[in-house]
Design a protein around this ligand. Structure first.
Ligand code: SF4
Length: 372
């Protein structure tokens, strides 16, 4: 399949030893040399009566099966065996348990740290979403980080944040700007994108967290079809521990945002309480597991001292093996361009601010050049 490379470095990025080392699992899945993690999860056998268990019991089963998954995943990391994709599926699996737990969240949703508890079968959650996924668009994205391009990107509508400078506000804050799809259609979208040359399936929005139940169901469909596709989580990482644990065993590479270095800025610009504690907790969990990760940090004008420096320092101290994309593409959009109360960030980031961010990253020893 021929495609235009808007990032020529996408063709050469794998010659970079640091990138190869840090994204080794993703690379193996991308090349179909290893099974995507959801294929492993779909083959960790679960008790046949899992659906009749109460919540506490089912979470306990999930935890136990998660340990079995980790053992198999470690084996796979050492010696990848893509033939897993062809193996018979058990009657019930870790993936089925995840789907059951995620489906139950739709009746009292605590997938993200808004913890609004909405019954999404009756009305919208704080993310503006009900119990059906709405996709605004899907396509091969050529503007993502070099190891990801072309990226089979699926844009959901709705979001649990209210970023004043959101560049996707027409879908994040307007959930009606898309088409409702079924999990089966989500699976078919993945097959189409991967068949057209996508290196990965990139779940984004808005924010993909509210759509975890449907993503998981689509993966069961892919497992049954024996179709391999690396899964990428492109998110604000404002998940609860429960929400994160549901996707922990199915995402092959993580593309989290870490925007703010303090809670006051997060509250002011994104209406996201307890931001630093939540995001750092989730990132720590990912990094401790040795997952493949590219952390994105968008430099905001006037926020190098209060946000950029503490974020980069936290990454150096807690996720030193992560690749970091220090992003310079902020531009005033959405509410920032019209409301006087955001005048302080109603300008692009200056070259001086970017130089300061890059040089601080170098001082900390972060690896950011290949993916920024
Ligand atoms: S994803 Fe978050 S905001 Fe949306 S319904 Fe669930 S808890 Fe509420």
């Amino acid at each position: 399949m021929a495609w235009t490379l808007y990032r020529p470095d996408a063709a050469t990025i794998w010659e970079d030893a640091a990138v190869r080392k840090r994204l080794g699992w993703y690379y193996a899945v991308m090349k179909n040399k290893a099974p995507a993690k959801f294929h492993i999860a779909a083959r960790v056998e679960a008790p046949a009566d899992y659906a009749s268990m109460d919540g506490a019991e089912l979470w306990k089963v999930h935890e136990e099966l998660g340990r079995a998954f980790d053992e198999e995943w470690l084996r796979q990391k050492e010696r990848p065996d893509a033939s897993v994709v062809e193996r018979r599926l058990p009657r019930a699996s870790l993936l089925d348990v995840k789907i059951e737990l995620a489906r139950r969240q739709l009746r009292r949703c605590n997938l993200c740290e808004r913890r609004c508890g909405a019954d999404r079968s009756r009305g919208k959650g704080a993310c503006l979403l009900r119990d059906r996924p709405t996709v605004a668009s899907f396509f091969l994205h050529m503007g993502e980080e070099a190891p990801l391009v072309p990226s089979g990107t699926v844009f959901f509508t709705g979001c649990n944040f209210r970023c004043a400078f959101c560049q996707n506000w027409d879908i994040s804050q307007r959930p009606e700007n898309g088409a409702e799809v079924t999990p089966r259609q989500l699976a078919l979208i993945q097959i189409k994108l991967r068949s057209e040359g996508a290196r990965n399936i990139n779940w984004v929005g808005g924010e993909p967290t509210p759509d975890i139940p449907f993503i998981l169901e689509s993966l069961r469909e892919l497992a049954a079809r024996r179709f391999n596709a690396p899964q990428l989580w492109n998110s604000n990482m404002y998940l609860t521990q429960e929400g994160l644990s549901l996707i922990l065993h199915v995402m092959d590479i993580w593309l989290p945002d870490f925007k703010y270095g303090n809670d006051a800025c997060a509250l002011r610009y994104s209406v996201a309480p307890r931001y630093v504690g939540v995001v750092s907790r989730n990132l720590s969990a990912i990094c401790r597991r040795g997952e493949d990760v590219i952390i994105r940090h968008l430099v905001l004008p006037g926020h190098v001292d209060c946000c950029t420096r503490p974020v980069l320092r936290w990454i150096a101290e807690n996720c030193p093996k992560a690749l970091v994309n220090i992003m310079d593409q902020y531009h005033p959009d959405y509410l920032v361009s019209t409301m006087a109360k955001y005048a302080d960030i109603n300008r692009p980031v200056s070259e001086k601010e970017m130089r300061e961010a890059y040089s601080y990253a170098d001082e900390l020893g972060l690896i950011w050049r290949p993916v920024s």
